[in-house]
Design a protein around this ligand. Structure first.
Ligand SMILES: NC(=O)c1ccc[n+]([C@@H]2O[C@H](COP(=O)([O-])OP(=O)(O)OC[C@H]3O[C@@H](n4cnc5c(N)ncnc54)[C@H](OP(=O)(O)O)[C@@H]3O)[C@@H](O)[C@H]2O)c1
Length: 311
């Protein structure tokens, strides 16, 4: 079958290619899925460029792609919840990547039936970002209705999922984004949108119970000034000097890594079918154009998800 692989650490254009590889073997608890669409996430190119080598060393040639959607073509003998022909979506285990391919094997516990109302392209863009948003809000920040939330990077793929889930949980949501994304974020439910190209978010008098940071760096550092004492900052990026800042500001600081979870994806599918979680698609590439797809995500300015279709 055809699959995208990286041959070594390096620049996307130099080390990524589409190649004939062995079809994945399935274990007793696995689904064998014919991929219809996969999404590009920053982690895909961060692994290739070596930026997250400190998390784990990659084994080359490395199959690429972390999440997606497709049709079950075979199931392992211990799988009861899925059958051949089911339409599923999933975030694969980090040590078993490979959704930029014609077929992938995924543990059934990490998959769920895809939202019925979503196309494969829309569904492919949901798993990694929606799980990140869910786990950041529910497990890390332990949000409750009525809290005030500041989302740093509200128009990013993760940020947009955070905005929508948070509104569903009854929070008051402010998001930072480019001015051109304000109307779209209000349509998703954001109560207030602050142009990130101005310093406004930390000069406004608002105090927030929770900051959900997807940007990091100086943006994150400035957000401590608007986080109420006793509040929580969760970050998908990193939180330097977390302990010192916890003491200084009297807050909790929680950088975290998302994990795959099929049960949570089943709940997220219900939200999607209820219209409470909408995808935004930036662009769709063929598998052969995987380098361009990775490059579009690596620009840092994709307007929604970058999708790769297998055929
Ligand atoms: N820890 C985890 O488990 C985990 C999980 C998922 C993602 N992440 C990380 O979270 C980050 C976001 O991921 P993503 O998939 O949401 O990325 P993304 O969709 O590629 O983010 C792109 C968006 O970010 C906006 N943006 C860029 N700089 C900004 C700033 N200073 N303030 C506000 N918005 C800004 C861009 O808007 P403009 O084009 O208008 O600039 C663009 O819309 C990445 O670093 C990723 O690696 C971590």
């Amino acid at each position: 079958m055809r699959a995208a692989i990286a041959e070594s650490y390096g620049n996307i254009q130099d080390v990524v290619r589409v190649s004939a590889v062995d079809e994945p073997a399935i274990g007793p608890t696995d689904l064998y899925v014919e991929m219809r669409a996969a999404s590009v996430n920053p982690i895909d190119w961060l692994i290739i460029t070596g930026h997250v080598r400190f998390l784990s060393e990659a084994a080359f040639p490395l199959r690429l792609g972390s999440d997606g959607a497709g049709v079950v073509r075979a199931v392992g003998p211990d799988v009861a919840a899925f059958a051949v022909g089911d339409e599923v979506y999933f975030r694969v285990a980090p040590d078993r990547p490979g959704t930029f391919a014609e077929f992938v094997a995924v543990d059934a516990a990490l998959a769920a039936h895809k939202p019925r109302s979503a196309t494969f392209v829309d569904a492919a863009g949901i798993p990694l970002v929606a799980l990140t948003a869910w786990q950041g809000l529910v497990e890390q920040a332990e949000v409750t209705a009525g809290q005030r939330l500041l989302v740093l990077g509200g128009a990013g793929a993760v940020g947009a999922a955070v905005v929508q889930l948070a509104k569903g949980f009854g929070l008051h949501v402010t998001a930072t984004a480019s001015a051109q994304d304000a109307e779209w974020l209000h349509a998703l439910g954001a109560d207030r949108v602050v142009d990130y190209r101005t310093p406004a978010f930390d000069t406004a008098p608002d105090m927030y119970d929770v900051v959900f940071d997807t940007v990091g760096g100086d943006t994150q550092r400035r957000s401590y000034a608007v986080l109420a004492r006793g509040g929580t900052l969760v970050s998908t990026v990193a939180a330097p000097h977390a302990e010192a800042r916890e003491h200084l500001y009297g807050v909790r600081v929680k950088p975290f890594l998302m994990r795959p979870d099929g049960d949570q994806l089943a709940r997220i599918a219900e939200l999607s079918d209820a219209g409470a979680l909408r995808s935004r698609i930036d662009s769709v590439f063929s598998l052969e154009d995987v380098r361009d797809a990775l490059g579009r995500s690596a620009s840092g300015h994709a307007k929604g998800k970058v999708i790769i279709v297998a055929t």
